[in-house]
Design a protein around this ligand. Sequence first.
Ligand SMILES: [Zn+2]
Length: 191
Amino acid sequence: MTPESRLQVGVDVPWVTSWSEEPMTGVAPCPSVDGVLAVGQVERPGVGRPLYSRNHLFRQRKSVREMLCPMCGKPTANDDRWSQTGHWTTAGAVRAKNMGVWIPPDMADSHRLFDSGAIAPLHRACADRALMYCPHLKGMADRELKAFPDAWLIATLTVEARPQAVYSNLPIRSVPAVTFLQLIGVPDYDG
Ligand SMILES: [Zn+2]
């Protein structure tokens, strides 16, 4: 049996981080995306060792859908959402990248959007703490914390999954399964 780590989830290791004892489980309807097919992962945070470069699939989707701070896992409020890793872009640039995000058709290409990537915004206190301890964040040229807008869009990243149909000789169609969610902040939108 793999021992519990002495590192504490949400304190020493971000809540959203994967652990070595959390293997992927395959494709199934997932409550984190309202029952849509998604790639699953065992939930055993704090067991084994943290895999800092890998977000946990279920916790990542939950963090974006429910605006939970990736560091501590608790909800963030409108006036306390901060991002160091995100950057400003435009609706036109996002449309050009065809990221699968639904941007209202009446939004001008010049409208500013905040590309948060796969990382939901953090509490101010958690962002400060992450910057103090995380070598990756410390090494970034841009250490400025940006305030995350009060409105946002969510895009899904998917993989083509092939359902197992062992006793069927019908052709098997592959279906899209959600992996991670992408988050885009929308400032000044009253459409
Ligand atoms: Zn937090």
